[in-house]
Design a protein around this ligand. Structure first.
Ligand SMILES: [Zn+2]
Length: 67
């Protein structure tokens, strides 16, 4: 169950910090969310979308299945 304004909290696989709603992130081809600043150190996967964390959560339904 999700309360209003209570978004799913994922951790960045690179820096291991929880995402904030306004963090700028990339979504890669494996549907992994990575900070845009952290992604530069990987460069391994193709980016399929970019925007804020909140934007990703609201746009893609598959995040709701992670809970
Ligand atoms: Zn990060």
């Amino acid at each position: 169950m999700v309360k209003n304004n209570d978004f799913y909290r994922l951790r960045c696989p690179i820096c291991n910090r929880l995402y904030m709603n306004k963090d700028w992130v990339f979504l890669d081809e494996l549907n992994t969310v990575i900070h845009q600043s952290c992604y530069k150190s990987t460069g391994l996967l193709n980016i399929t979308d970019n925007g804020t964390y909140r934007y990703m959560i609201e746009k893609y339904d598959f995040f709701k299945e992670l809970v």
